[in-house]
Ligand binder design. Structure first.
Ligand code: UD1
Length: 430
């Protein structure tokens, strides 16, 4: 695993015009739950198209600590059981990745008890887990929090009907957690207010192929009939729609023409229709997207982040950066994470005119942007800085790129391959 100094960074010479094509990697947010689903079976799980990312490496360490044997070469991962699973996910590992909370449901289903470090907050807010806890309690587990750990146990898990939607809508990882636990519960579990993101659908599809009985997949109401055991599987993870959306935004902001390959355009319908409304020409085929932003003058836009199939919160910061390149006022309302705005101050250091009114970002676009030293405060905020740096005048140094490399595979190699003048500072890697 890479180690980063505090000054790790990409240096980007701005004013780039992009061209050529880029291959989209497997989805980070789908890979993590698919890897965790291996806890539910004693048989082998083989996963293809898994991106080599810091988050994936952290989860390999967590699953190894729990007792799985994992080999990972190119994009193929083989997860084997190695006797009884340990039921404790320790703080040293969980603190590195908030998403590790999804081991809770499967560990509880398989071991009937588990101890998982409380994941804590992150750069965009407190990130509560009350809905995860509500779900496992509804299945019959008793839960207590002590010393920073969630301790859960149950003599058996029993299916029931629950609503997992909270103040900000459905929970993606909460749905994954409870869906996995319910596959091995006795009787029927109905999850109302379930998340229907493509990553949840991917997990449900894989669980069904392992022998789970799930209906309503891809909707906000999942019905799971518990089974006594799940079997092994070989499965291929879906393409990363957020990585794809990032490269689309980069092409649009630099008024370029590029093609994305190994991508699923149906997962990006809202994003593609927004880009078309702005004036981008987009052609899609089964697994590619061509974007040409050089033909028309781009228009400012208004959009609100909401659960799938609406515009994703994970592209909010990235489209904020895109809006800075478009003359006129664009507005983006953040309705999933009400604190996800750390990128604004950094973008304004580069010359943009962005204001926040409650949870609406108001971008007065078209101001001249200049390269600067800026810091990634989280994964997508970091990606937004790259989108801005690609078109800014002069040199940008983007620091704390370990946030970016948590979620983007071969970022600087891919950006360079489509014409961005970018280097990773060699002496930043220890
Ligand atoms: C996942 C994604 C993340 C994405 C988010 C929303 C992974 C690893 N991460 O995060 O990239 O931005 O979905 O699409 O897949 N909430 C509660 N109580 C809970 C759980 C969530 O109130 O118990 C709230 C959150 O604070 C937030 C909203 O519900 O306001 C949605 O969060 P959630 O869908 O749970 O995000 P994650 O699954 O953690």
């Amino acid at each position: 695993m890479y180690k980063y100094t505090i000054d790790s960074g990409y240096t980007i010479q701005g004013n780039n015009k992009l061209n050529g094509s880029v291959n989209i990697s497997g989805s980070k947010n789908a890979s993590l739950p698919l890897m965790v689903a291996s806890i539910l079976t004693d048989e082998d799980v083989v996963l293809n198209n898994i991106p080599n990312l810091l988050d994936v490496q952290v989860l390999i360490r967590i699953l190894s600590k729990l007792g799985k044997d994992i080999s990972y070469e190119n994009d193929r991962m083989v997860i084997k059981s190695n006797g009884d699973l340990c039921s404790e996910a320790p703080y040293e590992l969980v603190k590195k990745m908030r998403g590790s909370i999804i081991v809770l449901g499967p560990l509880l289903a398989k071991r009937k008890c588990c101890k998982v470090s409380y994941p804590g907050g992150c750069a965009f807010g407190p990130r509560p887990i009350d809905l995860h806890i509500k779900g496992i309690e509804a299945l019959g587990a008793s839960v207590n929090m002590e010393g920073g750990y969630i301790n859960a146990e149950a003599t058996s898990l029993v299916g029931t009907t629950m609503n997992l939607s909270g103040e900000f809508g459905p929970t993606v990882l909460g749905t994954d957690n409870i869906m996995m636990a319910a596959t091995l519960a006795s009787g029927k579990t109905i999850i109302e207010g379930a998340a229907s993101e493509p990553e949840c659908t991917d997990l449900a599809n894989m669980l069904v192929q392992m022998g789970a009985k799930i209906s309503g997949i891809g909707t906000n109401r999942l019905e799971i009939d518990g089974v006594s055991k799940l079997g092994g599987i070989e499965y291929t993870v879906i393409p990363d729609r957020i990585e794809a959306g990032t490269y689309l935004a980069m092409a649009a902001s630099s008024r370029s023409k590029i093609t994305l390959n190994s991508v699923c355009s149906t997962h990006l319908e809202k994003v593609i229709s927004l880009l078309k409304d702005m004036g981008c020409v987009i052609e899609t085929s089964e697994n590619s997207i061509l974007i040409d932003a050089s033909k028309n003058e781009l228009k400012p836009f208004n959009v609100e982040t909401l659960p799938y199939p609406e515009f994703p919160t994970d592209l909010q910061s990235i489209f904020t950066a895109l809006a800075t390149s478009i003359n006129g006022v664009s507005e983006i309302k953040e309705s999933v994470f009400p604190d996800r705005f750390t990128h604004i101050a950094e973008l304004n250091r580069m010359g943009s005119d962005i204001k926040l009114h409650e949870t609406t970002i108001i971008i007065n676009g078209g101001k001249p942007m200049t390269g600067a030293d800026v810091q990634a405060s989280d994964l997508r905020a970091g990606a937004a800085l790259l989108v801005a740096a690609v078109v800014a005048k002069g040199i940008s140094n983007v620091h704390r790129i370990y946030h970016i490399e948590r979620g983007y595979e071969k970022m600087e190699t891919k950006m360079r391959s489509i014409g961005v003048n970018i280097v990773k500072k060699e002496d930043d890697i220890l």
